[in-house]
Design a protein around this ligand. Structure first.
Ligand code: NI
Length: 163
């Protein structure tokens, strides 16, 4: 596995629409492995291929340590409810914002063997699915956030959650 460079906010690649994966080649499998390593090294819970400069519809999520979900050509096929919470992104280091997301989503995607699978997410997993799939369409959470937090607000939030 290899650690990849994570593109940041101002990089135009992050604003492009990623193309579907037509065939799961060894390169796609290597990409999945490298994305996982890169995400873990950066202490993230989700990463999308355009964040590492590959404009393909590929996402890796690991909200629960050890439970890695690999999504190829993911689509949200059902969603309901709403949850307001704080979001960050490996491509916007040091920033955080408040986003309203569905409280439940169902995602359909191919796994690395090419099998169609569905995943249900609530709470952080639902938020993460929405955030990562948005990346595939060039959308950053800062575009959909109700508002961004000031550094002081983030400090207060972290301070409170550590008490
Ligand atoms: Ni992100």
């Amino acid at each position: 596995m290899a650690k990849l460079t994570i593109l940041t906010e101002e990089d135009p690649q992050l604003r492009k629409i990623s193309r579907p994966v037509a065939e799961i080649t060894p390169r796609i499998l290597t990409l999945l492995d490298d994305m996982l390593e890169t995400m873990r090294e950066a202490d993230g819970v989700g990463i999308a291929a355009p964040q590492v400069g590959i404009l393909r519809r590929v996402v890796v999520v690991e909200v629960e340590p050890g439970n890695v979900i690999e999504l190829i050509n993911p689509e949200i096929v059902d969603k309901s409810g709403s949850q307001v919470g704080i979001e960050g992104c490996l491509s916007l280091p040091g920033k955080h914002g408040i986003c309203d997301r569905p409280s439940y989503v169902r995602v359909r995607a191919l796994d690395r063997t090419g099998t169609v699978r569905e995943y249900e997410g609530t709470e952080l997993l639902a938020r993460c699915f929405c955030h990562e799939i948005d990346h595939l369409d060039g959308i950053l959470y800062s575009d959909v956030a109700d508002r961004m937090l000031t550094p002081e607000e983030w400090e207060d939030y972290v301070g409170e959650s550590e008490e």
